[in-house]
Design a protein around this ligand. Structure first.
Ligand SMILES: CC(C)(COP(=O)(O)OP(=O)(O)OC[C@H]1O[C@@H](n2cnc3c(N)ncnc32)[C@H](O)[C@@H]1OP(=O)(O)O)[C@@H](O)C(=O)NCCC(=O)NCCS
Length: 189
């Protein structure tokens, strides 16, 4: 097997640029999976051609950096990115999925998010990172809070899911809040 491509190294995962040949159909499966898409703000099925267009256009976007997540032994388990980057005001929004269910709830998302925040704050010089989470996504709220995010605003009854309207919770984290958590996280074996 060829050597693993690594762009960012966490403890449990690595993050690397997309590889259309290996990632496209897997990402397409995840984004349409009912267990995942319930937590996304979009509501339309994503056709393979639309996913492919997104893949093809991604490298030329100035305001987005998305990466694939692999376990340290090379299994593709998710993706995570910084979107709507504002290079003047220095903020961005994160998006994330651990697409393979057997890898959810095992700390991979937290490791990837802490690693991505290190990149955002200490390498890109960003100042504030946001996340938009639907109120019933307890896992996403919890792992985000572990990484230092806190609720900054709440948009009431924004999204209709399963017969009910749900709030959209706007979370944010700054480098000042995140840095002590990062230092503590790095100190753990
Ligand atoms: C959200 C997501 C990226 C988190 O990644 P993950 O690897 O599953 O998360 P982690 O294992 O690192 O952390 C999950 C934490 O939430 C906790 N948790 C799980 N379900 C929970 C719930 N319903 N309510 C509150 N906390 C919950 C876990 O116990 C764990 O906390 P702990 O480490 O303190 O025990 C991943 O689950 C995912 O992709 N989900 C589907 C798509 C999605 O929701 N994307 C985000 C959209 S905003």
């Amino acid at each position: 097997m060829s050597k693993q491509v690594v762009y960012l190294r966490g403890k449990k995962v690595i993050l690397r640029p997309f590889n259309k040949a290996t990632d496209l159909e897997t990402f397409w499966r995840w984004i349409n999976d009912p267990d995942i898409k319930q937590f996304m703000t979009g509501y339309k099925p994503i056709a393979l051609v639309a996913e492919e267009k997104w893949f093809d256009e991604h490298p030329s976007r100035r305001n987005a950096i998305a990466l694939a997540i692999e376990t340290n032994d090379g299994q593709l388990i998710g993706n995570m990115g910084l979107h709507q980057i504002d290079w003047v005001s220095r903020f961005a929004t994160t998006g994330a999925m651990i697409g393979e269910e057997e890898f959810q709830n095992k700390g991979y998302g937290t490791d990837a998010k802490m690693t991505l925040l290190n990149y955002a704050f200490n390498h890109l010089g960003l100042r504030k990172i946001m996340s938009q989470v639907l109120d019933f996504n307890g896992r996403s709220l919890h792992y985000s809070q572990k990484c230092g995010y806190s609720e900054e605003a709440r948009l009431r009854d924004m999204y209709f899911r399963n017969g009910e309207y749900h709030d959209e919770v706007i979370l944010s984290v700054t480098r000042e809040v995140w840095l002590p958590l990062w230092q503590a996280y790095q100190a753990i074996d």
